[in-house]
Ligand binder design. Structure first.
Ligand SMILES: CC(C)(COP(=O)(O)OP(=O)(O)OC[C@H]1O[C@@H](n2cnc3c(N)ncnc32)[C@H](O)[C@@H]1OP(=O)(O)O)[C@@H](O)C(=O)NCCC(=O)NCCS
Length: 168
């Protein structure tokens, strides 16, 4: 993973994002929706992880004042379990903190245990359930991490980064 690079996504990355999106979600976003998300640069921040030019994962954040919503995150199937989503979150959180974000929130399918495990490591805790939020009536668990700028949360992320062998 030493060659992994994280940078902001551009519309030129759309095709690669779409391929990961379609492989990752039962109800993938369309090219049009992804494109419009990339264009909403005032409130959205889309970053991608690349290795040797290949896009391996992406993270979409939306900031509303101090609240930051994880709109989407996905890693290419054959690149999972190598810390890519972890690195994207570490980088994205520091960036939105610098822009005035403080609290992190998201919805995750009750059935998506690997994503929930990733989020819990980042200090996100379940605070509620949206019944039947996803296709097929799957519930969404709403998770929050308040005060990402607190000493406790900064120390948590520093430990995660150290476990990956890099700084956030
Ligand atoms: C959820 C998802 C984004 C995680 O991506 P990922 O890049 O595999 O995530 P990471 O590698 O950072 O972490 C996943 C696991 O690998 C482990 N891991 C991280 N780096 C590792 C390494 N170098 N060696 C071995 N394991 C490692 C982590 O500890 C983590 O374990 P955990 O599941 O027990 O928490 C990915 O599974 C995915 O794209 N899923 C489909 C889309 C989706 O569900 N998105 C979330 C919507 S809410």
């Amino acid at each position: 993973m030493s060659a992994l690079e994280i940078r902001l996504a551009t519309k030129r990355d759309l095709k690669a994002l779409l391929a990961i999106e379609e492989a990752s979600f039962d109800e993938p976003w369309s090219a049009g929706l992804l494109r419009s998300e990339l264009e909403l640069t005032a409130t959205r921040r889309y970053s991608i992880a690349t290795n040797g030019g290949s896009v391996l994962g992406y993270l979409g954040l939306m900031r509303i004042d101090e609240d930051v919503h994880v709109n989407t995150i996905a890693t290419a199937i054959d690149a999972r379990g190598q810390g890519i989503a972890t690195r994207l979150l570490l980088e994205g959180i520091e960036a939105v903190l610098a822009e005035g974000g403080r609290h992190l929130t998201l919805e995750v399918a009750a059935t998506n245990l690997s994503a929930q495990s990733l989020y819990r490591r980042f200090g996100l805790a379940p605070v509620g359930v949206r019944r039947g939020y996803y296709a097929g009536g799957v519930d969404a668990i709403v998770m929050w991490c308040r005060d990402m700028d607190s000493g406790e949360e900064m120390a948590r992320r520093a430990m995660i980064a150290a476990s990956l062998g890099s700084e956030p």
